[in-house]
Design a protein around this ligand. Structure first.
Ligand code: ADP
Ligand code: MG
Length: 696
C-alpha cells in the first residue's frame, strides 16, 4: 500500500527532484541564483525547463501555466500546452527556458487600480524560483510574480518577497552586533490556521445570496445555534471526515504540510492548520489550500464557504496568522533564550515588535479590512477593531519592572542592564492564552488573529515584515553608533517599552471597558473598512513603504483604490441580490401563502358563519402589513443603490455604501426574517438556517 511518505510532495518539483533530474552544474547554478536573488541565465533556464517538462510528462501533464497572485486576492493561471508543430505536420512537446522564466498574460482584466490603462494590456509574469513548480490537475504550475511592462507591481507576491528581504537585512544587522556573524539571512515564518464552513451543495444552489455573495443576506435565527457548544472539537461526521481525508491527501501531494483538522465553534464550521513554513511558501500554500478546499468539497456534494460571516448570529470564519522570524542557522528569534545574552537579544526583538505594532496600528488594521471581515471584527467572536497585543502577565511583568527600574535596583551592574539575570528562564507556558487578543504572543511566535478567512495572508505579512523591519532599522542605527553596546541596548529596551507599553493589553478584548480604556490610551478604533483604509495613504505610512522599496507612491494609491472599490462592489452585489430575492422569491411566496390563508378563511366562513377566524384574520393582516413595509423598504434600498452608482469618487462611494446601504439592508432583512417565522415551512422559498447549518 502506498503510504503518505510515498506520495508527500509527489506533485512538486522540489529540491530532491531537482537534484535527481538536473545535471550537477545546473543544479548548483540554479541554487546559487535563487540564494542570491539574481536573474537566471537563459542556458540554465533551458536545462531546468526541459527537466521540468520531462518530469511533468511522466505525470501525464500536457499543459503549463504561470501561476500568479493578482490583486483580486485569488490566484490566476493561463494554460498553454507544450505542443510545438514540426515541419512534417506533427507536433513535439516543448518547454523552453524563456517560457519558464517569463510569461505575458493579457493583464487588462486584472485589477491594477489605474496603474495600467487597458490599452496597455500586457503585463508579464516572472518565475519566482524560491517557490517550487508543482502539478495541479494535469497542469505544470510555475509560481510567478506579476508586473506591468513599466515595472509597477501588479500582484501580492512581489511586495511580500521585498518585505521579507527588508526584515532580513535589518535583523541580520542586529544579529551581527550580537556577534552572530554566521547568520546571513533571516526568514519570516507563517502558519495560517484556516477556518471554513461546509454546506450541502443542493441547499447552497437554492440560495442566490450564497451563490452571489458567499453569505446569507436573509434568514431567521434557528431554534438551535451554537449555544450548546457541542460542535467544537466534536467527533467528525462521516461526510466531513471523508472530505478532510481527501483534502489532506491532495494537499500532501502538493507538499503542503496540512497538520491539524477539527470542528470549530459554529455548526458546520471546521479548521485546518498546516505546519509553518517561510512566509512566501506559506502564502502560496494557503492559496492552494483554499482552492483545494473548494474543489474537494465539490467532489463530495458539498460547498466550502470561505466568507468571513456566512450566517448572522453564529460565529464567522477567520484566519490566524502565526508569525515568527528565524535565522538561516535555524534559530527562532522570538524564542526566549536560556542565557542572559540570548535574553537580551530576545527582548530587543520583542520591543521592536511592540513599537512597530504601536506605531502602525493603522496599517495592521488596514491589512485585514474588507466588507466581509467588517461583520466579524468587534462582534464578540473575533478581536475588536482596536489593535493591541497580548504578552501574558509574566512577560509584561518583566518588561514593566525593566521600564520602572525596579528589577535593576539592587543588583550588580551586569544584571542591572536588563534585569534578566534574576529571571533565569522566561515563561514559555502558553496554556493560559488570551483568545480575545488581536495579536498575541504565544510563547515563541505572534498570532495575528484579525485576518478574515478568505484573505490572502500576503497583505498582513507584508505589513508585519515592513513595520518590524522599520523598527529594527532604527535600533540597528542606534546600536551601531553606541559607545557601550550593552548600556545602549539596555536603554533601548527600557525606553522603547516605556514609550509603547500602551499597546500591551492582557485583559478581555471583547469587553466594553476595553473600548473605553483603549480610547483613554489613545489607541485607534477604526471600526470599518471605510474608517481604516484612508490611513493606508497617510504620509507616515507611504514613507515606510518607500523606505524599504515595498511599494511606490503610485502603487500604494492604486492598492487603496482597489480595496476601496472592492468594498463598494461587494456591497453593491449584496444589495442587488437582496432586492432580487425579495421581489422574485420572498414576496410572491408570502403573498401566495397569505392569499391561501384568506381563501381558506373565506370558505370556512361560508360554511360556518359564526366562526371567529381570528387566527387567519390576524395572520393575514400581520403578513400583509409586513409585505407592505418590505415592498417599501426594498424600493428604498433599490433607489439608494442607484444613487450610489452615481457617485464617482471611490472613497465617497464606499462611504455611502457603508453609511446608507448597509443600514437599509439591515432594515429589509429584519422585516423579512420576521415574516419567515410566520410563514409555513413548506411555503418559504429558501432553505432555512436550520437546514443550512445542520445539513452535513
Ligand atoms: P492554536 O492553539 O492557536 O489553535 P495550533 O497549534 O492549531 O494553535 O496552530 C498553531 C500554528 O502556529 C500552526 O500552524 C503552527 O505550525 C504555527 N507555528 C508554530 N510555530 C511557528 C513559528 N515559529 N512561526 C510561524 N508559525 C508557527
Ligand atoms: Mg490559533
Amino acid at each position: 500500500m502506498e503510504t503518505v511518505a510515498d506520495y508527500f510532495g509527489s506533485m512538486v518539483f522540489n529540491d530532491k527532484k531537482m537534484r535527481e533530474c538536473l545535471p550537477k552544474e545546473t543544479y548548483k547554478a540554479l541554487k546559487e541564483t535563487t540564494r542570491e536573488g539574481k536573474d537566471l541565465d537563459l542556458n540554465i533556464a533551458n536545462v531546468v525547463a526541459h527537466a521540468m517538462k520531462e518530469w511533468a510528462l511522466d505525470n501525464g501533464v500536457t499543459h503549463y501555466t504561470h501561476w500568479f497572485q493578482p490583486m483580486t486576492g485569488i490566484t490566476a493561471e493561463k494554460h498553454e500546452s507544450f505542443i510545438t508543430p514540426t515541419k512534417d505536420g506533427l507536433a513535439l512537446l516543448e518547454f523552453s527556458g524563456k517560457e519558464l522564466i517569463k510569461g505575458e498574460p493579457d493583464a487588462s482584466s486584472f485589477p491594477s487600480g489605474g496603474l495600467r490603462a487597458t490599452f496597455e494590456a500586457r503585463g508579464y509574469t516572472a518565475w519566482d524560483p524560491s517557490s517550487y513548480a508543482f502539478i495541479k490537475e494535469k497542469t505544470l504550475c510555475i509560481p510567478t510574480a506579476f508586473c506591468s511592462y513599466s515595472g509597477e507591481v501588479l500582484d501580492k507576491k512581489t511586495p511580500l518577497l521585498r518585505s521579507m528581504e527588508a526584515i532580513s537585512e535589518q535583523a541580520v544587522r542586529i544579529l551581527h552586533l550580537f556577534g552572530k556573524t554566521e547568520v546571513k539571512r533571516v526568514v519570516t515564518t507563517v502558519g495560517p490556521e484556516q477556518e471554513y464552513f461546509l454546506l450541502d451543495k443542493s441547499l447552497f444552489l437554492k440560495r442566490k445570496d450564497l451563490i452571489n455573495a458567499g453569505r446569507t443576506l436573509l434568514g431567521a435565527r434557528p431554534p438551535k445555534g451554537q449555544e450548546m457548544e457541542d460542535h467544537y472539537f466534536g467527533s467528525l461526521k462521516p461526510r466531513v471526515a471523508a472530505f478532510m481525508q481527501e483534502l489532506d491527501t491532495e494537499l500532501w501531494k502538493l507538499g503542503i504540510l496540512a497538520k491539524t483538522e477539527h470542528n470549530e465553534v459554529a455548526p458546520s464550521q471546521h479548521e485546518l492548520a498546516p505546519i509553518f513554513t517561510s512566509s512566501n511558501i506559506a502564502t502560496d500554500h494557503n492559496q492552494l489550500t483554499m482552492e483545494m478546499m473548494k474543489k474537494v468539497a465539490d467532489r463530495h456534494g458539498l460547498v466550502c464557504l470561505l466568507h468571513e460571516k456566512p450566517f448572522a448570529g453564529v460565529n464567522g470564519s477567520g484566519k490566524h496568522n502565526n508569525w515568527s522570524i528565524s535565522t538561516d542557522t535555524g534559530v527562532n528569534l522570538l524564542e526566549p533564550g536560556d542565557s542572559p545574552k540570548d535574553n537580551e537579544q530576545f527582548l530587543l526583538f520583542l520591543v521592536a515588535v511592540i513599537a512597530a505594532v504601536d506605531d502602525y496600528q493603522d496599517l495592521m488594521r488596514v491589512s485585514v479590512a474588507s466588507a466581509g471581515n467588517d461583520h466579524r471584527l468587534g462582534a464578540n467572536e473575533a478581536p475588536p477593531a482596536i489593535v493591541s497585543m497580548f504578552l501574558g502577565d509574566e512577560l509584561t511583568g518583566i518588561l514593566d519592572s525593566i521600564a520602572n527600574g525596579t528589577v535593576s535596583a539592587n543588583k550588580a551592574r551586569q544584571s542591572m542592564l536588563l534585569g534578566v539575570h534574576v529571571l533565569p528562564h522566561f515563561p514559555k507556558d502558553t496554556t493560559d492564552r488570551n483568545r480575545t487578543s488581536p495579536f498575541a504572543f504565544t510563547g515563541n511566535k505572534f498570532e495575528f488573529r484579525m485576518l478574515g478567512s478568505s484573505f490572502s495572508v500576503s497583505g498582513p505579512n507584508i505589513i508585519l515584515n515592513t513595520i518590524i523591519a522599520d523598527r529594527l532599522e532604527i535600533f540597528a542605527r542606534q546600536l551601531e553608533g553606541a559607545k557601550d553596546f550593552s548600556l545602549e541596548l539596555a536603554k533601548l529596551v527600557k525606553e522603547t517599552y516605556q514609550q509603547h507599553r500602551r499597546i500591551v493589553f492582557n485583559g478581555n478584548n471583547y469587553s466594553s471597558e476595553w473600548v473605553e480604556e483603549a480610547s483613554r490610551r489613545g489607541l485607534l478604533n477604526l471600526k470599518s473598512t471605510v474608517d481604516a483604509l484612508p490611513t493606508f495613504i497617510a504620509p507616515k505610512n507611504i514613507e515606510v513603504f518607500k523606505k524599504f522599496n515595498i511599494f511606490s507612491t503610485t502603487e500604494i494609491h492604486s492598492r487603496y483604490d482597489i480595496v476601496m472599490e472592492n468594498y463598494s462592489k461587494t456591497i453593491n452585489i449584496e444589495a442587488l441580490t437582496m432586492v432580487d430575492m425579495i421581489r422574485r422569491q420572498i414576496m410572491p411566496a408570502v403573498s401566495q401563502f397569505t392569499g391561501n390563508l384568506a381563501s381558506s378563511a373565506v370558505s370556512k366562513h361560508a360554511l360556518v358563519s359564526s366562526l371567529s377566524l381570528s387566527y387567519e384574520t390576524e395572520l393575514v393582516s400581520q403578513l400583509s402589513n409586513l409585505c407592505d413595509s418590505l415592498a417599501k423598504e426594498t424600493e428604498t434600498l433599490e433607489k439608494l443603490v442607484v444613487e450610489a452608482k452615481m457617485i464617482s469618487d471611490i472613497t465617497e462611494s464606499a462611504r455611502f455604501y457603508h453609511a446608507q446601504i448597509l443600514p437599509e439592508m439591515a432594515t429589509v432583512r429584519a422585516i423579512c426574517d420576521e415574516m419567515e417565522l410566520l410563514v409555513s415551512d413548506k411555503a418559504w422559498p429558501l432553505p432555512t438556517y436550520e437546514e443550512l447549518l445542520f445539513s452535513v
